[in-house]
Design a protein around this ligand. Structure first.
Ligand code: SF4
Length: 281
């Protein structure tokens, strides 16, 4: 099978991307079974992220992400689009994990970094900066110097879906990537913030397979909803917090305001414990 990183070859900038976790030897998942196998066998976060970034297991999403990357939006016509899955990004030892829905067609799918290069990301990063989770108030490109401070971001579905609507089978196919990432960071994790109901729904089976004891019935999603879970890899547990997604629709209508996001990430900071002093991205 052609490597995912090679498929939209004409889009790769001269000299390559400023950051590309995958190399020529990175195995490419082409099916749900291969995602599960490659995710489970990834021994390190670096290996996992590389494998995520070249995955081709969902034909509909692969076709869409690459078509968008070739056609492009008029305002970005002179840019090279990433056009690949968006891997997890941030600290390798995070106290906070932020889980989103899926990358935006002209945001993450363009820039190669989650929540980067679109209005949702502008809204989110401004709040993360105000609350001490990000180095800078904006995230616009993979080489912009932005860093997450003790935090990490991941999407429940790592390829941009048409109309921002992944299908249940695509969510399930992608879930082992999130599970493997969770296992590799769980020893450090204190708080998980789910952005939107889709991420809230997607995280439960992943937590269950990761050995977290789940409450029954499953708590409903809401802005500020909280559930404390035992962490199989660390004492003190993990606090799961629901947060309305900072989508353009939600922010334009005032359903989500900067103050509301700040309250969530300030709460996450209060519950995440002391700094470990390692702002690594
Ligand atoms: S959505 Fe996930 S499983 Fe499907 S192709 Fe993208 S990275 Fe692979």
């Amino acid at each position: 099978m052609a490597a995912g990183r090679d498929r939209p070859g004409p889009l790769v900038p001269p000299g390559g991307w400023p950051w590309d976790p995958a190399g020529p030897q990175t195995p490419v998942a082409g099916s749900a079974a291969e995602v599960a196998s490659l995710a489970r066998k990834a021994a390190t976060l670096g290996e996992l992220v590389a494998r995520q970034s070249v995955c081709r297991a969902c034909p509909r999403l692969v076709a869409w992400r690459e078509e968008v990357a070739i056609v492009r939006r008029r305002s970005f016509r002179d840019e090279r689009y990433w056009g690949r899955p968006i891997p997890g990004w941030g600290s390798p030892r995070p106290r906070l994990l932020i889980v989103g829905l899926a990358p935006a067609a002209h945001g993450g799918n363009r820039t190669g970094r989650i929540f980067t290069g679109d209005r949702s990301g502008d809204f989110l990063f401004a709040s993360l900066y105000r609350c001490g989770w990000a180095e800078k108030p904006t995230s616009v490109a993979m080489n912009d110097g932005q860093r997450l401070l003790g935090a990490r971001m991941a999407a429940a579905v790592r390829c941009a879906p048409p109309d921002n609507k992944p299908e249940p089978a695509e969510r399930d196919t992608c879930a082992p990537w999130l599970l493997a990432e969770l296992r590799l960071i769980a020893a450090h994790l204190r708080v998980i913030v789910c952005l939107g109901g889709f991420a809230w729904q997607a995280i439960w089976p992943v937590l269950g397979r990761g050995g977290f004891a789940l409450p029954r019935p499953r708590p409903s999603f809401g802005h500020g909803a909280e559930v404390r879970l035992e962490n199989p890899q660390a004492t003190g547990g993990v606090l799961l917090i629901g947060c309305y997604h900072p989508s353009q629709q939600n922010t334009f209508t005032g359903r989500v305001t900067p103050a509301m996001l700040d309250a969530i990430f300030a709460r996450a900071r209060a519950c995440a414990g002391p700094e470990t002093g390692e702002p690594i991205t």
